[in-house]
Ligand binder design. Structure first.
Ligand SMILES: [Zn+2]
Length: 360
C-alpha cells in the first residue's frame, strides 16, 4: 500500500498527540489521538512511499509493519486515506475529466474502502439509464444524469414540445412542435457531449415489444410517464423490470402542493411496486384527505419539479455505483416544497409476496 490522503480530505493539524482532518463532502472534522510516530507517518504518506518505506524513515524500532498497516487500515476505513494506485485507476478523456473535476473530489468522500472517487465515476460512465417520459421530471432527470456523467441515456417519449411545457421543462421556445426526445437530445449533446443519447419517439403501452428489447440494455429504468397514470405506467414498467431484474425508480407524482417520492425498487430484493401501490391505496381510501387531493387538478410548481429531481438523483447514483444502498429503498417519501420538509415512511417488503421475495 502507498497511502495518500483522499481528495476530499484536508489535513487541518497534526501534532505529536493529535491529527485533525476536514472531510469536505459532509463538512465533518475527524480528530484522532496519535503519538509522535503516528504524526510523522501521516506527513510521510504522500502516495509515493510504501508502508515499508515509511517505516524505514520513521526510524522507530518499536513500530512493526503490522502496526503501520493497522494504523493506515483504520484511516482508510474512515475514508481519510486511500491506496495510491494511479497505474490502475480509471482514466477519463480530458473534457470529461475537466468537466467533472469537482465531482471527482466529492465522490472520493463516498467511495468505500478499497475504491476511489474515480472508480465510482467510472461506474457512472459505463452505465446506461432508460428514462421513460421526457416531461417535467424526465427532462430534469435526463439533464442531471448527463450532468453527473452517465455514459448512455435512452430517452423515450411520444409528445411534442408545447408552449405550456416551457414553464417547468427543459425546452426552448424555438423547439415548440419538435418531438421532445429530439429536442432533449439536442440539448444534452451540447451539455455533455461525452454522454451518448438515444432518442425513441415511442409511447409507453402495456406489453410493448420494445420493453423487452430496451430494458435489458439498461442498468436502471426511471419512470416519468404519467399517461394514463403514474401508477399504471409504473406497474407496466415494474413487470418488465422484474423479468430482467433491472432496478426501477418511479420518479414521483403530485399531491396538491406536496410531491411524493415513490421508492427505488430493486426487483426481487425490495418492496415491489404492487405492494407499494397497495400501501398507498390503503392510506387514500374514498373520503380520505389523500384521495380528495388525488382527484384535484393539482397545480405544478417548477421548484417542486427540480427539488424532486434533486432528491432522486443521489439514489440514481447509489444504484449505478453501489457505494451504499439506495436511500428510498423500502420507503415512501413526501417532500413539501412550501415548508422544505421531507417525510419518510417505511414500506417493508411483504414476506408473502412473490415479487418482494423474488419468487415470482
Ligand atoms: Zn410485493
Amino acid at each position: 500500500m502507498k497511502p495518500v490522503i483522499r481528495e476530499h480530505v484536508m489535513l487541518l493539524d497534526v501534532s505529536p498527540t493529535t491529527a485533525k482532518f476536514f472531510c469536505s463532502h459532509r463538512s465533518l472534522i475527524l480528530s484522532y489521538d496519535i503519538d509522535e510516530a503516528g504524526g510523522r507517518a501521516i506527513t510521510l504518506a504522500n502516495g509515493r512511499r510504501t508502508l515499508d518505506e515509511i517505516l524505514v524513515e520513521l526510524k522507530a524500532s518499536h513500530i512493526t509493519h503490522e502496526d503501520i498497516s493497522a494504523f493506515f487500515a483504520g484511516l482508510s476505513e474512515d475514508k481519510i486515506f486511500r491506496n495510491a494506485t494511479s497505474d490502475c485507476e480509471p482514466k477519463f478523456e480530458p473534457h470529461y475529466e475537466t468537466r467533472l473535476q469537482r465531482q471527482l473530489t466529492y465522490l472520493s468522500g463516498l467511495a468505500p474502502a478499497g475504491k476511489t472517487g474515480r472508480d465510482l465515476q467510472d461506474s457512472l460512465r459505463r452505465s446506461t439509464v432508460l428514462i421513460v417520459g421526457a416531461g417535467g421530471g424526465g427532462s430534469h432527470l435526463a439533464v442531471q444524469s448527463a450532468g453527473v456523467g452517465v455514459g448512455r441515456l435512452i430517452v423515450l417519449d411520444h409528445d411534442r414540445v408545447e408552449r405550456a411545457n416551457l414553464g417547468r421543462q427543459i425546452y426552448y421556445a424555438d423547439q415548440i412542435g419538435s418531438m421532445k426526445v429530439h429536442a432533449l437530445q439536442h440539448f444534452l449533446n451540447s451539455l455533455a457531449p461525452e454522454t451518448e443519447v438515444i432518442a425513441y419517439p415511442y409511447m409507453l403501452q402495456e406489453g410493448a415489444m420494445w420493453l423487452d428489447e430496451l430494458i435489458p440494455q439498461a442498468d436502471l429504468v426511471i419512470n416519468c410517464a404519467d399517461y394514463p397514470s403514474m401508477d399504471m405506467t409504473t406497474l407496466w414498467l415494474f413487470k418488465a423490470c422484474y423479468r430482467h431484474r433491472v432496478p426501477l425508480i418511479a420518479a414521483g407524482g403530485y399531491n396538491g402542493h406536496m410531491s411524493s417520492l415513490p421508492p427505488t425498487i430493486l426487483p426481487g430484493r425490495s418492496t415491489c411496486w404492487p405492494c407499494f401501490d397497495k400501501f398507498r391505496r390503503s392510506k387514500s381510501g374514498a373520503g380520505s384527505f389523500e384521495h380528495k387531493l388525488s382527484e384535484l387538478p393539482a397545480g405544478i410548481f417548477l421548484p417542486a419539479t427540480t427539488a424532486m429531481a434533486a432528491l432522486q438523483m443521489p439514489d440514481i447514483v447509489r444504484v449505478l455505483t453501489g457505494y451504499e444502498p439506495p436511500r428510498f429503498l423500502n420507503c415512501r417519501a413526501e417532500f413539501d416544497v412550501s415548508t422544505c420538509s421531507l417525510t419518510i415512511e417505511p414500506v417493508s417488503p411483504d414476506p408473502n409476496c412473490d415479487y418482494c421475495t423474488g419468487r415470482a
